[in-house]
Write a protein that binds this ligand. Structure first.
Ligand code: SAH
Length: 407
């Protein structure tokens, strides 16, 4: 921390009149439209004080001049000035939460686990996933970037990994005015594939090139439910990636699984996973195909299934893109509902931050109406407990899903 900061000449962001409301509810983002002026000359990522138009001290934030989110709150308490001590304390709390939530799953923490989930763990713009001895870090905001070295040091001290690998290759960094960056942050090069265990199944993760930080840890709880529902069913796994749901279904006794994805590499990994787990390769077929077209082709061939999983990529990052996303969701859900046999189940998901659970349910209801299918919600899905949602930050709840039963 620079001397000027220690002497208290910290830069200040003054809000426009009335724009303190969301901060008083402890929502951690300040949009640029809410800022009246910046006092001082803070660098990107530097700590600033956030002050209401009436002069009331509200929070410590990180300044991000390039972003529409001009500040992200580090702390609501004046004595809690951001720095290594605060980062250390937040990382410890994040770890305590995981220990509490996963303590029924044997000794220690699961080896595939999200350790830090950004704003919802009080660390805006920071994601840390653990794959065995390797930690994968995403630094997604100017504020997190400012404290990157301290974050790295604390992760080493608290988790004693062999490697910390950075996957800051996400578009949102560009909105923060930060360059994309990947590579070893600390320790040795990670192995080409890291093996983790999920519900007793072995999975290999490529932290360099895999999606997100390598794997979709957020669907852990959903994969467990799908496994329990798969016995004797013919399953269609759409957007299967490296086969998370396909393996769950096979292990749960599915009669057959058709795994569909547009990525040849992902399908190859999925096949490897079937072998690695000693599951019956004769019961799985993989199909490299665009799901929008594939579902139509299956309809034209008169195919039907007992259980369909629809887990598409993010169609809308923001609410502004929700309408286009809605068309995509409606299309695949309509087609999938028509492919279900009587008594069939559809597990349908959206990981679009811009589409709320309520909106998603409306879209799927519209699809059922047009498909002339009388479906019932029998369960709902959300991201697993290592992706918590801070109550003051509803944006953290990005993953939602419905389990539908059709008569
Ligand atoms: N269900 C997976 C995660 C799915 S991620 C799991 O549990 O691990 C989304 C997947 O959709 C990616 O593998 C991507 O390759 C694939 N994908 C994206 N657009 C697609 C499209 N139009 N058709 C088929 N697959 C697509």
């Amino acid at each position: 921390m620079g001397e000027s900061e220690a002497l208290g000449s910290m830069a200040r962001l003054w809000l426009r009149p009335g724009r303190e409301k969301s901060l008083l509810r402890r929502h951690p983002w300040v949009y640029s439209g809410a800022a009246a002026k910046i006092e001082g000359d803070p660098l990107p990522g530097e700590t600033i004080e956030i002050i209401s138009a009436g002069g009331e001290w509200l929070a410590w934030g990180a300044y991000s001049p390039a972003s529409q989110i001009v500040a992200r709150v580090w702390s609501w308490e004046k004595p809690e000035q951001p720095g290594e001590a605060l980062i250390s304390q937040r990382l410890k709390a994040a770890r305590d939460l995981r220990v509490a939530m996963f303590k029924d799953q044997g000794n220690g923490l699961p080896d595939g686990l999200r350790l830090v989930h950004g704003e919802s763990d009080g660390l805006p713009g920071l994601v840390v996933d653990r794959y065995g001895e390797t930690l994968v870090v995403q630094v997604l905001s100017a504020g997190a970037e400012r404290w990157r070295d301290e974050i790295c040091g604390e992760l080493v001290a608290q988790h004693r990994p062999a490697t910390i690998y950075e996957r800051s290759d996400v578009d949102v960094r560009q909105l923060e005015g930060l360059p994309l960056r990947t590579g070893v942050m600390w320790g040795s090069e990670p192995p080409e594939r890291i093996e983790i265990e999920e519900h007793g199944r072995r999975l290999r993760v490529d932290v360099r090139k895999g999606h997100k930080t390598g794997f979709y840890l957020d669907q852990r709880a959903a994969r467990r439910k799908i496994s329990a529902l798969s016995r004797d069913r013919e399953v269609l796994d759409c957007f299967c990636y490296t086969g998370g749901f396909s393996l769950a279904a096979l292990a749960g006794g599915a009669r057959s699984v058709l795994a569909m994805d547009s990525s040849a590499e992902a399908l190859h990994e999925a096949q490897q996973h079937v072998k690695l787990n000693g599951l019956d390769e004769g019961r799985v077929e993989s199909w490299q195909q665009d799901v929008f077209q594939g579902l139509r082709a299956l309809r034209d061939r008169g195919r039907s299934y007992d259980l369909i999983v629809l887990d598409p990529p993010k169609f809308a990052a923001t609410a502004a893109q929700a309408q286009r996303a809605a068309r995509g969701y409606k299309d695949i859900n309509l087609l999938a509902l028509k492919l279900l046999r009587p008594g069939g189940l559809l597990a349908t998901f959206s990981c679009s931050g811009g589409v709320s659970a309520e909106l998603f349910q409306k879209i799927v209801a519209g699809a059922a109406l047009d498909a002339r299918v009388d479906a019932r919600i029998v369960d709902t899905f959300q991201q697993d407990a290592d992706h918590p949602v801070a109550l003051n930050f509803p944006e953290g709840a990005y993953l939602k899903g419905l389990l539908l039963w059709v008569p």
